[in-house]
Ligand binder design. Structure first.
Ligand code: HEC
Length: 308
């Protein structure tokens, strides 16, 4: 029984089925078999979507060109490149700038004082930094909240209790949290640097509302943050001349570290991986040659049986 079924099925499978074969040829070849109507339909759809794409592109370009917005120039950061780590002296100075200037308006709620240890400060220094701020803690045994000096585990304090208070103090604009700002803006630290150093007089025809300043790098040009960095707005503890561009460069390096604290480790891992995989690749190539050499150098010859 099974043998009969098998024979019938087998023979029908082996038979060439003219319909299936013709369909396959049609599907995988060209548009030769299409009707004229179908060809026209596809051509029209193609032309329309191509035209719509071109129109969108042209519109977007014209919007960009009509704006007063500048693209931030690329700066030669010392941490650019595969083999370069962040400049930790600069991170430390950048922290000073953040603490003395930016922290008046911007929070950094994802960075704790313990994160500074081993990066820009020793443990004792980071503890001293933390103790300078007052943190609300509690409740105590009477159920009251109380203030205490900060600890290493505390996060950087928020200058405002909530977003509404921040907006009220800044003409309705909200100073964004700076923890991830270099990742959150197109251009990263180049953008932040250009923004901090790019303030200038508004060109003719640009009307700024009260509390707005002109900055060509800010989308739209009118920013609600006044210029924050000027020459000698603070003094560095390591004696570096505090020019506006130095302050901006240092705070950008600090913000870059804050957004990507794994930056140095990441590059070190890549280096190690390159070394190890490089060695493994060389070894595998040698072994491959070694194993195949017998196969590749053999010769197969046909020797006709000698006639007798
Ligand atoms: C007086 C308060 C104040 C100070 C000080 C201040 N900022 Fe701001 N900042 C703001 C406000 C307000 C905004 C929002 C601006 C807007 O949306 O128009 C802002 C926006 C920003 C932005 C975001 C721009 C964008 O693309 O959205 C960055 C980056 C920034 N500030 C960096 C800094 C840095 C770095 C410092 C310290 C050197 C600093 N700010 C000091 C008030 C301040």
């Amino acid at each position: 029984m099974a043998a009969t079924v098998g024979r019938i099925c087998g023979s029908s499978l082996l038979k060439t089925n003219p319909v299936v074969v013709r369909n396959q040829v049609n599907c995988f070849s060209s548009a030769a078999g299409w009707t004229k109507g179908r060809k026209t339909l596809y051509a029209t759809i193609g032309a329309l979507s191509g035209g719509a794409g071109a129109l969108l592109f042209a519109l977007e370009q014209s919007v960009k060109a009509s704006d007063l917005e500048l693209h931030p120039p690329k700066n030669p950061w010392s941490h650019n490149g595969v083999f370069s780590s962040l400049d930790h002296a600069s991170i430390r100075r950048g922290y000073e700038v953040y603490k003395q200037v930016c922290a008046a308006c911007h929070s950094m709620r994802f960075i704790a004082y313990r994160n500074l240890v081993g990066v820009s400060h020793t443990e004792a220094e980071a503890k001293a930094e933390a103790e300078e701020v007052q943190v609300q803690d509690g409740p105590d045994e009477n159920g009251n909240m109380f203030m205490r000096p900060g600890k290493l585990s505390d996060y950087f304090p928020n200058p405002y209790p909530n977003e509404e208070a921040a907006r009220a103090a800044n003409n309705g604009a909200f100073p964004p949290d700076l923890s991830y700002i270099t990742l959150a803006r197109h251009g990263g630290e180049d953008y932040v640097f250009a923004l901090l150093t790019g303030y200038c007089d508004a060109p003719a025809g640009v009307v700024l509302r009260d509390g707005q300043y002109f900055n060509p790098y800010f989308p739209g040009g009118a920013i609600s943050m006044a210029q924050a960095l000027y020459n000698e707005v603070l003094e560095y503890t390591d004696g570096t001349p505090p020019t506006a561009s130095q302050l901006a460069k240092d705070v950008c390096t600090f913000l870059k570290w804050a957004a990507e604290p794994e930056h140095d480790d990441r590059k070190r891992m890549v280096l190690k991986a390159l070394y190890i995989f490089g060695a493994l690749l060389a070894i595998s190539y040698y072994i491959k040659r070694h194993k195949w050499t017998v196969m590749k150098s053999r010769k197969i010859a046909f020797k006709p049986p000698s006639k007798q």
